[in-house]
Design a protein. Sequence first.
Length: 336
Amino acid sequence: MLGSRWAAGKDAASAETHIFVTHYHWDHIQGLPFFAPLYVEKNQFQFYSFRSKFLGRDSLKQVFEAQMALPYFPVDFSAMSARRKFREVDGGDSFKVGKNKVTARWLNHPQGCLGFRIETPAGIVAYATDNEPGDKALDQSLLELAADADIFINDAQFTPTQLDSTRKGWGHSSWREGVSVARAANAKTLVLFHHDPDSTDRIVDEILRDARGEFDSVFAASEGMVITLGAAGEPVQAHMPGSRTALRREAQFRACVSGVTADGQKFEEETIVRDLSLQGALISLKHSPRIQSELQVTMETPGAEGVQEMRLRGYVVRLEEGVERGTTAVGVVFTD
């Protein structure tokens, strides 16, 4: 998925691409052999990660070679024809990538993990995956990483209850800890990341709802999500992939939709739902709801016993300019 999207946005004279690898656990490296752009000769990649005490020099290159060694993968590392360079970085290191300043900081995770802070002309992004609070020095490291960030992407794998009991010591965090750090670091937008594999979409929705009750600008990361830094003083914009509302069918149902706008105002309006699927709908609204906010949709549907009322609950995954002037096309995924 990521490789296909990456390739679609590149021209024939692709510039060097920089990839930051936080650590060497399977869930963070196993996609690399399937990343199609690495097999295209004209592409150039610069990888960054730390020297593991378990692997020694050229740790990341060793990881690449080992996971593609026979019989674990059909081809070995030499099949990747793109130009590849590997740079070892340590916690506290800072370096330039074009006009951007990148700083690495150690996080609290078994066998070591780096977080990255990227200071760009448009704003600051802090990426802190796989981190458990509780180590005083590393908690301070995280605060420095996230200081004044426009976007703070933070590990939120467990609920606060899990983190305090059955998942303590596993090397992960919760939404509540993310909110606490975001406040203390004066971060503007918090993105909850590294969802637990056992968490359903509904559980993630509940976690997001809890976090938004404590911090104003919060998103839950999802595959294909694009977050854009705006001008100074403007809110961060998030765009969700169209595939989340795919397989629609044309329909025409009268509906009443209620929710919350981007500035926190409640609204309710009558509309016609024209694109509908089992998973979601594309709804034209005069109001513009907040991305990932909850919507209540009450539709009138014809049936054998006459018109029936169907109540659905969902969340906003996509916002586009509507066909009709002054409207917003709202992509909704239903959870109930």
